[in-house]
Write a protein that binds this ligand. Structure first.
Ligand code: ADQ
Length: 510
């Protein structure tokens, strides 16, 4: 006899659980917070809520028994090692991830990966259906679970289903490459409300519905007849709701004496440089680490900067190492760091301090407080929470943020020092501008960015999301939440920034 487990009015589903099992020295397993953007953002949102979280526990084989973590009920989904290879490493991270990130590396297409993706999405839908109370709200996250909304609706039409895409949604020309494009769109359209990071992502999605699938769109809604037995037309809203960070919590953590003392300790242990540059990324080819290192190396070669006065700390979070592109990236980054250090370090002061591991939140906050210049240079990034975490930690209004215009964060943080990571000369100039900017200019920029993040924190994001989901479907909204005006302002600010870089380039003959 199967005993029915508990059910919940709110269910979150994501590829991974918010915790992962870590083995201590005695071989005992403890559950620690999983690193990465989605969990960082959702952690504070879920605090104190009675809800279930459905996700893979990170190991192959049978799912561990469900368990509680505070008020959260964690319901693991089991994956075999073949499913991990085909659904997760394969279809999610070697097909969808490259297509959704401008094909920075080529995407691989395999029919068996797609079949496994469908099987695993169906398993997720079944598990969610078991833990969702009648009429519950289900919040599905990210590109790994795009078929779940429609599969879940077929099993449980009583549920209110939302989907949020943490990564960019590609232009129609790139999305069109996917042989399974129709099924993927029909999959997410099982939801009542779709959230995207940028206005451009929501617009790309609506364009795909219109141009590739011939659906009718108006404002931010799409109306269509779902496939299958139920011919009723449905209307779904697709809107931009940029994700954020827990401003209050993180800024309070960064203000603690322990974190401030640790920041001073970090600087001292790096040889007390005058200027500390910092990069913090999941080790992913979308993050522009190669381009950043190239710009840094050229600045050292040009003698614009040198250790021990200037040093770079690059923190790389280990990631997806069974996918070739990631293994190659790691090898290349580590080779480059070795070469730069061999060439430009001085005794006791390496040019780059490279750290390939995961750190607790307190240590991350201390690094942000310690760094004079934060380098965030992705080639494409849905949002980039590191940029928002950095400004949140700068209670002292110190520091400067160098930010790629290809991040979602750029649309909100226009007062950063903006760069195009493909333009190495431009990145070099932007780093030098950030280093040489007068203190009052830096403080002005930091103050404005902090206000923006404080006013639009992750708590606001989640309540806007859940409100939009609760009231969906709606009449079309002509404007999405990130207004055209804001977009125009960002573009204006960026153009001014680029003009300043161009003028500087002319001056030095670049
Ligand atoms: P990610 O690609 O994982 O997230 P990001 O938004 O920068 O990227 O978040 C990374 C998170 O991991 C940050 O909270 C950061 O502090 C943390 N982190 C980084 N290195 C770490 C380390 N060595 N140890 C511990 N923690 C570390 C995806 C999308 C993004 C989007 C987020 C949220 O790719 O575009 O911003 O989801 O929607």
């Amino acid at each position: 006899m199967t005993v029915a487990g508990p059910t919940f009015d709110l269910v979150v589903a994501a590829n991974g659980l918010p915790v992962e099992r870590v083995l201590d020295a005695s071989g005992e397993g403890t559950w620690e917070p999983s690193p990465g953007g989605l969990v960082s953002a959702m952690e504070s949102v879920m605090e104190g809520r009675k809800a279930a979280w459905v996700g893979w526990a990170g190991e192959s084989g049978r799912a561990p028994e469900p368990f509680h973590q505070g008020d959260l009920y964690l319901r693991p989904v089991g994956l075999t090692s073949a499913e991990i290879a085909e659904y997760y490493e394969g279809f999610s991270n070697d097909t969808l991830w490259p297509i959704y990130h401008d094909v920075i590396v080529p995407a691989s297409f395999h029919r068996n990966w797609w079949n496994t993706y469908r099987t695993v999405n169906h398993r997720f839908a079944q598990v969610i259906a078991e833990v969702a109370a009648p009429g519950a709200t289900v919040w599905v996250h990210d590109y790994q679970l795009q078929l779940v909304p429609a599969m879940l609706r077929a099993i449980r039409p009583d549920l209110r289903i939302g989907w949020f895409n943490h990564i960019p949604f590609p232009p129609v020309e790139l999305f069109a490459q996917l042989p399974w494009r129709r099924a993927l769109v029909e999959g997410v359209l099982g939801a009542d409300f779709l959230g995207f990071q940028r206005t451009a992502d929501a617009a790309n999605f609506l364009r795909v519905c219109r141009r590739l699938l011939g659906m009718s769109t108006k404002g931010d809604t799409v109306t269509f007849t779902p496939p299958g037995d139920d011919p009723a037309r449905r209307t779904v809203r697709a809107s931009a709701l940029p994700i954020s960070v827990d401003f209050q919590g993180l800024s309070a953590l960064a203000a603690t004496p322990a974190v401030i003392a640790r920041a001073a300790e970090i600087r001292a242990s790096l040889g007390a440089p005058e200027i500390l540059l910092l990069g913090v990324d999941r080790l992913d080819y979308t993050k522009g680490i190669r381009q950043r290192l190239k710009a840094y190396e050229e600045l050292l070669r040009d003698k614009a900067i040198a250790p021990p006065e200037v040093t770079l700390m690059q923190v790389a979070l280990p990631n997806r190492e069974r996918v070739d592109a990631y293994r190659f990236l790691r090898e290349e980054v580590e080779r480059t760091v070795g070469r730069i250090n061999g060439e430009y370090s001085v005794l006791g002061s390496p040019a780059i301090h490279y750290l390939h591991r995961s750190y607790p939140r307190e240590e991350m906050a201390a690094m942000f407080v310690a760094a004079d210049i934060m380098l965030v240079t992705p080639l494409r990034d849905g949002m980039n929470l590191v940029a928002k975490e950095y400004v949140t930690c700068r209670n002292d209004l110190g520091g400067a943020l160098v930010l790629s215009e290809f991040t979602g964060a750029w649309h909100e943080l226009h007062q950063a020092f903006i760069c195009n990571p493909h333009d190495i000369e431009g990145v070099k100039l932007t780093i030098m501008r950030a280093i040489n900017a007068p203190e009052d200019e830096r403080r002005r920029r930091m103050k404005a960015m902090r206000k923006r993040v404080a006013d639009n924190d992750v708590q606001r994001w989640s309540s806007l999301y859940l409100d939009s989901l609760a009231s969906a479907p709606l009449k079309p909204h002509r404007r999405s939440r990130v207004s055209d005006k804001e977009l125009r302002e960002a573009e204006r600010a960026n153009r001014a920034n680029l003009r300043a870089s161009d003028r500087a380039a002319e001056r030095i003959g670049g």
